[in-house]
Unconditional design. Structure first.
Length: 137
């Protein structure tokens, strides 16, 4: 089933990858909450993030060493893990090797989508979750 809206959780240091991923999702006509694109100027960014978490029905987590050490990524993940709306709708995306247990001991039980082999391979695997064929630009 196609997601209504996807929350993209990431470290600010992984912004280049997150921007590329948000662009991919947009090209495939998927609505995505991506802080860089979705939060404007003087908005209360923490309120915007909270509203998006409450509204979205899929949670994508970009995993990297900087994400694992990010307080905000952990807060977003804890919310998603506790919310019924995200049950079976959390997809960890492995960007770089990291100690995922530092974010949550439960993550080891989640199927991860591996982007380390290449962006297109990871994108195909991600889109397959929703039975959406991968389209190049």
């Amino acid at each position: 089933m196609k997601p209504a809206e996807i929350f993209l959780s990431h470290s600010s240091r992984d912004r280049a990858f997150a921007t590329r991923l948000a662009g991919l999702l947009d090209r495939h006509r998927l609505k995505v909450f991506y802080s860089r694109k979705s939060i404007r100027g003087a908005q209360q960014w923490h309120d915007e993030i909270g509203q998006a978490l409450a509204r979205c029905n899929w949670f994508l987590l970009i995993l990297s060493p900087t994400a694992v050490s990010s307080e905000w990524v952990k807060r977003e993940l804890v919310y998603a893990l506790q919310s019924r709306r995200y049950r079976k709708h959390i997809a960890p995306l492995l960007l770089k090797p990291c100690k995922i247990d530092k974010l949550s001991w439960t993550l080891s039980g989640f199927q991860r989508i591996d982007f380390r082999r290449g962006f297109e391979d990871g994108a195909r695997e991600l889109l397959a979750l929703w039975q959406i064929p991968y389209k190049r630009r």
